[in-house]
Each structure stands twice: as structure tokens, then as C-alpha cells.
Design a binder for this molecule. Structure first.
Ligand SMILES: Cc1cc2nc3c(=O)[nH]c(=O)nc-3n(C[C@H](O)[C@H](O)[C@H](O)COP(=O)(O)OP(=O)(O)OC[C@H]3O[C@@H](n4cnc5c(N)ncnc54)[C@H](O)[C@@H]3O)c2cc1C
Length: 469
């Protein structure tokens, strides 16, 4: 059994504090950890079972050649209200992430550059669109008109519409689609325009672009994704009497008069209530003789299709040239975004403010770029080394004097998110089995598969569990 020793978290059942463990949470991703934190806020002790060696699930640290990377480069939005609230609650320091006004930059020098100004709503977005380099006034106004039309219908659309349908109905010019709507759809929904749900996209636009200026901010982690929330949360949970157990895969779940009996390894333990915070395809591995639980598992897993995300890390000597921004997009080619991980380290010449006291988990002894390819495409069938070579070639279009990388690492997450298609039925938090609740990014909510969806659904599962105790 593993211990988060450096975090001071007890993860050994034998060392558990003598407190009633009322609720079990299966899964230590952002959803499961958020559920545990919310329960603790409500005064309920819980035990989180995480099969992996680290916390975070699809947003976790991976180690490579002694360096902390992530299973995939992530970005957060200022509209992630519940995740940001929880991060503050568990005392994640502000310098664990870089918060900047939304800036979309394509090309170097930029062929498209849109920067949200420090102005009150709605001026911040209107000015950003009208002054964006690469768009003319007509194109800027077309974007504003679409936002106004969405506002007029209170962001409620025909659930059968795709984003492509929506853009066509509102006569969006090709350049606007190429530089704004397409990248935003792929980044937020990880689903191509032609098959992405217009309703879910509208929900994202409502909160991020039609909310306050701060809600449109871009948030880039400076620490790895396990350290960004789940690990500080585990420390906070331990101080509140809850437990996080790593390396504990729950294999079975049965119901009896006392509640639910969970099997893990050679052990069994009974809990009054259970929150299942694992991805739908992982639910099917849970064994149960209870017909209600079996039905719940098959009903919750059946109809999801998935989209991949691939992250290509390229490591260079520290003296290598930087990009002009921490995150830059590409329209043509394979890689959609390059992240300059070292741009999150304080450096002169970069146009955003950094806290001089910040601690960064990045590695100044290397200069690491992360290239991201979202959603499916031909790259999925290429050998990983070939994909790394393509990413290097594309990065060199901007930085031609880059030397050969010291190493590369490609992480291909096959089921990164569910495909966010129109009318997709997502299961609700509440199930037909009293005491058994679902959490996770795939559970019904306004948002696509994101950290915020995971956290909101974790909180909702905790509130429901609390009501049923
Ligand atoms: C490469 C990539 C890039 C992404 N980029 C972004 C981004 O930029 N912004 C954003 O907001 N979102 C992004 N996402 C999506 C985001 O990571 C997910 O929506 C979120 O992490 C899902 O959290 P979750 O807790 O619902 O599920 P998961 O993270 O899948 O957590 C489930 C956990 O349950 C554990 N588990 C499974 N079975 C068992 C069992 N039987 N017993 C015990 N434990 C078990 C798993 O090990 C896992 O830790 C990205 C995802 C990927 C993969």
C-alpha cells in the first residue's frame, strides 16, 4: 500500500483514525476528490479509493526521466468557479498557476491575435473582437452578433444542433470560424465542429465570454496536475479526518442491510453510502451480484463514444529560444497548440505579470515545449516517434534554430473525454439505487468533459449523499 508520505497523508487502512467512515468514494480524480472535500465541508468523513499510484486520474502527474510532466497539458478557465473555490479552500497558493487575460495567438509573428482587455463586461469581449489582428470589422461584428443572438435566446438552443449548424445559421465568416470558433470548440469540447453539441458550446460561451471579464481569464498550471488540486486536497482532507488511499482498486460492490460492501485486494469494508467517481468505461470492471447495481452500471456506461488527446513533450537545453507567449496556436498541420512550459517561469521580455515569489514545478535545467493534438485524426495511427518528429518540424517553423531535442515523450490518452455530441444522454448524479451516487465529468451537467464538470458533479454527488445520510 502506498503512502503520500511527503504530504503527511495517511493512506493505510490499518492506520485509519478511529472515526466512523460513513461514505466511500471510488476514484481519486478531480471528481472524487471534490466529492470528498465537499463532504468534509458538510461535516462528513469519507474514504477515497484510488486505483492508481497518484491522484488526479485523467489530470495527473507522470514522471519521465526524473521530471514531472502531466498525462496531458491542461488549461483552466476563469469560469471554473467551483474548482477555483475548492483550490482556495484547500489552500492551493495563487502562484501554483498563471492567470492571464484570455489571449488567442496563432502564428509567430501572429497572423491572428485576440486579447481580452481589462474593461468591464461586455466591453472586454466587444473590444477584443473588434481589435483582433487578423479579423476585419465585419468579421468582428459577426462574432458579436452571434453572441447577441445566443443571449437573446438565453443560451438555450435546439439540442440536436451541432456547432457547425449554429455557425452556418448565423452566417459566421470562414476566417472567424478558423481562428475563433473552431479552436474554442476543440479546446472546450474536444469534439470536431461538425459533431460537437451547439448547446454545450453555448453553455461554455455563456460562462466564459458572456460572464465577467475575470471569467474569461486563461489559467495555466505552473505545477503538475496532481499538485494543482488533488494532493493539497488530500492533505486538507487528512486534517479533516477523511482518508485517501492510493493503489486501492475497488473490484466489487454489494448491497446489504448495513449499506454497501466494497471489495479491494483481499479486503472488504462496509460503508453507508458510496459515490462512484470513475469514468464510464471503468465502471464495467466493477463486479456486483446485485441486479440494481448491475443495471445501473450498464445504463451509465453504454452509449458513450470517446475522443483522444495527445500531448507531445519536447525537451531542449535551457538556453533554447522561447515562444512569444505561453500558449500559441497553429491552424495548419498536426499540432493545434504549443505550450512553452518554461514561459511559466519568470523571464524578462514576456508580456504577462508573474509573482516574483512564485514557486514553479517546471525545470529550468531544461526548456520543455508541449504540443497538443485534440480529438481524433490521422495522427492516431502514426508511430509515436514519427508524431514527435512532426511536432518538432512544426515547432521549428517558428523557432528554426532549435537544436535536436534531448528527449521527447508522447502521451496518447485514447479516452481523454467523451465525444460531446448533440442530444447526448448523460446519467444523473442520483441513481435508482438509494445510497449509490454517480460523479465524474460524464455525469449530466452544463459543461463538457472538463475539470470543472468533474468538480461540479463531485460536489453535487456529495450534497445528495449528505441529504441521504
Ligand atoms: C490529455 C487530456 C487533456 C485534457 N485537457 C483538459 C483541459 O485543458 N481542461 C479541462 O478542463 N479538462 C481537460 N481534460 C479533461 C479532464 O482531465 C477530465 O474531464 C477530468 O480529469 C475527469 O475527472 P474525473 O474525476 O471525472 O475522472 P478521472 O480523472 O478519470 O478519475 C477517475 C479515477 O478513478 C480511478 N479508478 C478507476 N477505477 C477504479 C476502481 N475500480 N477503484 C479505484 N479507483 C478507480 C482512476 O484511476 C482515476 O484516477 C483533459 C483530459 C485529458 C486526458
Amino acid at each position: 500500500m502506498d503512502c503520500l508520505e511527503d504530504l503527511g497523508v495517511c493512506v493505510n487502512a490499518a492506520q485509519a483514525p478511529l472515526l466512523a467512515r460513513q461514505v466511500a468514494i471510488i476514484g481519486g480524480g478531480y471528481a472524487g476528490i471534490a466529492a470528498a472535500v465537499k463532504l468534509a465541508e458538510l461535516g462528513v468523513i469519507s474514504t477515497v479509493f484510488e486505483a492508481g499510484k497518484s491522484l488526479g486520474g485523467r489530470a495527473r502527474r507522470i514522471e519521465y526521466r526524473g521530471h514531472n510532466l502531466d498525462n496531458g497539458q491542461h488549461i483552466l478557465s476563469g469560469a471554473y468557479s467551483e474548482l477555483l473555490r475548492m483550490m482556495a479552500l484547500v489552500k492551493v497558493p495563487h502562484n501554483a498557476y498563471l492567470r492571464v487575460p484570455l489571449t488567442l495567438m496563432f502564428g509567430m509573428p501572429p497572423e491572428f491575435l485576440m486579447r481580452v482587455a481589462n474593461l468591464p463586461k461586455p466591453l472586454h469581449m466587444a473590444i477584443a473582437l473588434l481589435t483582433a489582428r487578423g479579423l476585419n470589422w465585419r468579421e468582428g461584428f459577426a462574432a458579436i452578433r452571434l453572441m447577441q443572438a445566443l443571449k437573446a435566446c438565453k443560451f438555450k438552443l435546439d439540442t440536436k444542433l451541432t456547432v457547425a449548424d449554429l455557425l452556418k445559421m448565423h452566417h459566421q465568416p470562414p476566417k472567424l470560424i478558423r481562428y475563433l470558433w473552431q479552436p474554442l470548440t476543440i479546446s472546450a469540447l474536444n469534439t470536431p465542429l461538425e459533431t460537437a453539441s451547439a448547446q454545450v458550446f453555448a453553455n461554455v460561451l455563456r460562462d466564459a465570454l458572456d460572464g465577467s471579464r475575470a471569467a474569461s481569464d486563461l489559467i495555466l498550471p505552473k505545477v503538475d496536475l496532481s499538485a494543482l488540486f488533488p494532493e493539497p486536497a488530500a492533505v486538507w482532507l487528512a486534517a479533516h479526518g477523511s482518508q485517501v488511499r492510493l493503489g486501492e482498486r475497488v473490484s466489487g460492490i454489494e448491497k446489504n442491510s448495513a449499506g454497501f460492501v466494497l471489495s479491494y485486494g483481499q479486503f472488504q469494508e462496509t460503508f453507508a453510502q458510496v459515490i462512484m467517481a470513475i469514468a464510464p468505461h471503468q465502471l464495467t470492471a466493477l463486479q456486483s451480484r446485485d441486479s440494481g447495481i448491475q443495471q445501473l452500471i450498464s445504463a451509465s456506461t453504454g452509449h458513450f463514444a470517446y475522443e483522444p488527446i495527445t500531448t507531445i513533450y519536447l525537451a531542449f537545453p535551457p538556453s533554447s529560444r522561447s515562444l512569444n507567449a505561453p500558449m500559441m496556436g497553429r491552424i495548419i498541420g498536426t499540432v493545434q497548440w504549443f505550450f512553452d512550459r518554461n514561459a511559466l517561469i519568470d523571464r524578462p521580455g514576456l508580456n504577462f505579470n508573474l509573482n516574483p515569489d512564485m514557486h514553479s514545478d517546471l525545470h529550468p535545467e531544461l526548456h520543455i515545449y508541449a504540443g497538443v493534438v485534440s480529438a481524433s485524426g490521422p495522427h492516431e495511427h502514426w508511430p509515436l516517434d514519427e508524431l514527435a518528429a512532426v511536432a518538432l518540424r512544426e515547432l521549428r517553423e517558428w523557432l528554426p534554430d532549435l537544436v535536436e531535442p534531448l528527449w521527447h515523450k508522447v502521451v496518447h490518452e485514447k479516452r481523454a473525454t467523451f465525444a460531446c455530441t448533440p442530444g447526448l444522454k448523460r446519467p444523473s448524479t442520483q441513481t435508482a439505487v438509494p445510497g449509490l451516487t454517480l460523479a465524474g465529468d460524464y455525469v449530466a451537467c452544463d459543461y463538457p468533459a472538463t475539470l470543472e464538470a468533474a468538480v461540479r458533479n463531485g460536489c453535487r454527488a456529495a450534497e445528495l449523499t449528505f441529504k441521504q445520510l
